[in-house]
Design a protein around this ligand. Structure first.
Ligand code: GLC
Length: 564
């Protein structure tokens, strides 16, 4: 297998708004990230993905871009971005920019020009269609397609009297990738950032650039917003791969850069190979969402805490399906959460009774799977979901849309419990640096409320505690990147052990003569297993256990790396 720097990297995702506020306005910023680079380096990671910091009206926290070539004043200046790139590189850390190709803000000059008249030269930069008019003369969207942020995939524009397509919010019109001029403009912008020194891209919402051009209604049942949630109308469509190959040809292949596309829900392993196969000439790897929801929190929005179950068997099977499906064909990233998901500590860990052990267990799995691991800021100290007591504490656009609808059939308490479990706001709370006011994130009131547990869960406390989750991540990253086990952990084969065990997540990693067994107990109960092979050495344990036989009595959330 070809060895490359991005296969050997350990990545760290930064959500800039909530990472560190250097200028006391309650919002994290680029100078804040620069100030924390030594900390980032101390974790051992050598790649950071930074969420969007372009100029933006912030309808969707920066994914709605109004100028790709500038930094939003909330986050700093273009000079700050250049300093950040330089300072990160000086520490051996590469940078991935979040590249948004699917849409812009409705305040982007292209859209302002596009909507100004039906004959505008930029009209075809976006997707415009006439609406339908029913027998009573009422106007309706051109199709019944739903959007990801609830409601229709179309919005009516009074100025030019047509609908524009928008699969996210009303303020995020979709770009029309059929336009060759638009494509060239997007390629130019990506090249410009690579020329500024960024090392690659996380490419946002990439599965959607092509749509069903027949623009016919979906036959799927309509949801409660009277639209069809038929993602197939604008996801993973054949024309998309042509656009992306052109992107590779015109931009990516001219740089030693790394790309990870977000293909999201519904992408099959076969599609994964199409996007990120070694022969695909598109991306180096793609994120799927399949391992993020291996519990039933979305089964309905009125669950009780005691009804929540994690399906470890399905979780293992899903990792295995992707890993085996991509084996020898392409490379994969792995992650437990990003800025769109709840905190993994609250999803799969046990923050109440086994915070430390379960946090280190999750790190053990992430850092010993084949593929490039992505840690999400705060995961390395076991940050949790929010404890908010009012729906107003949730600031996300998706939440706002959801609350409007859900309040028709649920009580506010039910809505709150559901949001505390599922909302993207859970991952977007201020980073917990210390037990100081506002968790040391800012001296001003943060843009989003802190989680109440920061006096105990914070970087400063964990930094000096040898048994902390933070120090577990450091040790595990050291093992993965700089030890005699690095090769086997990065490039070795993967084979599941005990696939049917309801709680034990265990596997072999093998390469040549090297053989490692990773054994973890994803449960608050002890569990016993008998390993198929003897081992020589315990290379990592999150509970200081030093077993010697094949029969293991695993403690709650115990995690072991055993060298055979
Ligand atoms: C991606 C981003 C998400 C954003 C959406 C629209 O899914 O991860 O945060 O809302 O794209 O840009």
């Amino acid at each position: 297998m070809n060895k490359t720097w991005w296969k050997e990297a350990v990545a760290y995702q930064i959500y800039p708004r909530s990472f560190y506020d250097s200028n006391a306005d309650g919002v994290g910023d680029l100078p804040g990230i620069i100030q924390k680079l030594d900390y980032i380096q101390s974790i051992g990671v050598n790649l950071i993905w930074i969420g969007p910091f372009y100029k933006s009206p912030m309808d969707d926290n920066g994914y709605d871009v109004s100028d790709f070539y500038d930094v939003d004043p909330l986050f700093g200046t273009l000079d700050d971005a250049k300093t950040l790139i330089r300072e990160a590189h000086a520490r051996g850390i590469k940078i991935l920019l979040d590249l948004v190709l699917n849409h812009t803000s409705d305040e982007h000059p292209w859209f302002i020009e596009s909507r100004s008249s039906r004959t505008s030269p930029k009209r075809d930069y976006y997707i415009w269609r006439d609406g339908k008019v029913d027998a009573k003369g009422h106007r309706h969207p051109p199709t019944n397609w739903g959007s990801f942020f609830e409601g229709s995939a179309w919005n009516y524009d009074e100025i030019s009297g047509q609908y524009y397509m928008k699969i996210f919010s009303d303020k995020m019109p979709d770009l029309n990738w059929e336009s060759a001029t638009l494509r060239q403009d997007m390629f130019k912008m990506a090249r410009w950032w690579l020329d500024q020194g960024v090392d690659g891209f996380r490419v946002d919402a990439i599965a959607h650039l092509a749509r069903d051009l027949s623009f016919t209604d979906s036959t799927l049942p309509l949801n409660r917003h009277h639209v069809a949630p038929d993602w197939g109308k604008f996801s993973n469509r054949p024309e998309l791969f042509g656009y992306l190959r052109e992107f590779h040809d015109e931009v990516l292949r001219h740089y030693d850069c790394m790309t990870v596309g977000e293909v999201g829900g519904g992408a099959s392993v076969e599609a994964g190979v199409k996007y990120a196969g070694y022969d695909s000439q598109i991306f180096n790897m793609v994120f799927n969402f399949d391992t993020c929801w291996k519990n039933n929190i979305f089964a309905n929005d009125n669950l009780k805490d005691e009804d929540i179950v994690i399906d470890v068997v399905d979780m293992k099977a899903t990792f295995n399906r992707w890993i085996q499906g991509m084996k020898d064909k392409g490379w994969m990233p792995h992650y437990w959460l990003n800025h769109d998901h709840p905190r993994v500590m609250s999803q799969y860990g046990d923050p109440k009774h086994h915070h430390r052990e379960s946090g280190a267990l999750l790190g053990t799995i992430l850092l010993t799977l084949p593929g490039t691991p992505f840690i999400y800021n705060g995961e390395e100290i076991g940050m949790t979901n929010v404890d908010y007591t009012s729906v107003d504490d949730f600031t996300d656009i998706w939440v706002k849309n959801y609350v409007k609808e859900a309040s028709k059939h649920l009580t506010m308490d039910q809505i709150l419990s559901h949001l505390r479990r599922t909302s993207r706001n859970n991952a977007r709370t201020p980073m917990q640096w210390s037990d100081a006011l506002y968790a040391g994130f800012s001296t001003a009131k943060p843009h989003q409320k802190n989680v109440g547990n920061y006096p105990t869960i914070n970087v400063a406390a964990q930094d000096k505690d040898p048994d902390s989750i933070l120090n577990a991540y450091r040790a595990l990253i050291q093992l993965r990147r700089h030890s005699d086990l690095s090769e086997v952990l990065i490039y070795g084969d993967f084979k599941l052990m005990f696939p049917e065990h309801p709680h034990v997540f265990a596997y072999h990693r093998t390469l040549g003569k090297k053989h490692v067994m990773v054994v973890t107990n994803l449960s608050a109960q002890p569990n016993q297993v008998v390993l198929p092979t003897a081992y020589r050495k315990v290379r990592y344990s999150n509970v200081h256990s030093a077993p010697t036989t094949k029969a293991l009595h695993l403690q709650p959330y115990e995690a072991l790396i055993l060298e055979v």
